[in-house]
Design a protein around this ligand. Sequence first.
Ligand code: ADP
Ligand code: MG
Length: 444
Amino acid sequence: MDLWKKTLDALQSRVKPYDFQHWILPIECDHIDDQNNEIVLKVPDDTHGRWVEENFVRDIRQTLRSFTESDYRVRFTYYGGYDDDRAATADKPARPKPEPAGAPPELIGRYRFEAFVDGPTNQFAMTAARAVAEYPGTRYNPLFIFGGVGLGKTHLLHAIGHAVVERYPEKRVFYVTSETYVNDLISAIRNDKMSAFRKRYRDDCDVLLIDDIQFIAGKDRSQEEFFHIFNTLHSSHKQIVMTSDQLPASIPDLEDRVKSRLQWGLIADVKPPGFETRVAILKRKAEADGIDLPDDVAMLIARHVTQNVRELEGALMRLDASARLMGRPMDIDLVSQALGDLIGTSLRRVQPEAVVKAICAEFKVSATDLKGPRRHRNITVPRQIAMYLVRELCDESLPQIGALFGGRDHSTVINALKRVEAMRDADPSMRTRIEGVRRQLRAT
Ligand code: ADP
Ligand code: MG
């Protein structure tokens, strides 16, 4: 049990304070089986267990490994009790869910292409990932996926792994985080097992998936070894896919020869999804988890959690847990109670007229023009942005928005929303302006 206490202490500095408080602290250690390297953890319910499994098990295992130098399997049971039908299953492990044959155990079952919702900001990366999974080692080698936290990079990487295994059962897929890679290397050096290490990374693998490659920066030996692994795999037409939070050129302390190799193939980015995609992600997630999620609640969450899909899902999981704990329906009232800290004071709805006013001020156009028939670019761009922000911040349907802006039909509105997302991605200064107006509207 001391081991679990130590693990908790170490986890506290590894995960964000909110996550630690909300997801890690409620975990109790049921028992640790040193013989079989297994740890059984008790969690409040299966939502909690699943969330921990998908988001923190890797941290837990790596922390355990740092203390024990062995790999632990993590199992969950419920501590149950608040809910009868849950209590009945209290001692059954929530997992592991059976994996299709052949998928390497490191791959998370849920992270598949089918579960990935694409939109204008991640479509390119998803298409590239699918192409690589279809023809590994032939096109786009390496594929380098980069973007901010919680935007689906790891999800896509796992999805490639699953798809390759399904399509080519004979191909050996190897997924590692670069942290695991570095640890593997250190222990190989320490235990004089370099030839086994090289065999594993260079010979015994047809598709190498490395998550968060930026962590090898500044570590000479890791970069050196990676350089050789890369060359070996690449020259034998074996696929390499990496993710990172930055472009290769922007990763500090990365050797030039490594940098250049990361740029040999295709570089694809993921950016925060737009409003419609965020709503779609929430709905997909709710459906997968059997959560009954009303539209207005989905839109409310999507309106407020804008930069990180993990947080978007986290909000849904929290809401679901609160609904079940309090035995209440998932509605707007519950959102303000359960997610008050997330969505803050801005829960109050923004009025469409406030959006019109703010856009007119920002772009120096009149409300009459904004709602009128003129089609000059000086008017259409602000009009499209106004539609976009009304969609995002107010509870208006597409036809209502069309009506508000001079009786346009809803396909015009959809088109406007798409144009703005594209504009936002292509033009950083436009993006800053849009975000400025949004922030200002939220604050009022
Ligand atoms: P990253 O590696 O970029 O930090 P992850 O791949 O870990 O992000 O994604 C965080 C969470 O958000 C995961 O649960 C993942 O399934 C989910 N997610 C991210 N993007 C999407 C998407 N486009 N569709 C569905 N789920 C997504
Ligand atoms: Mg990741």
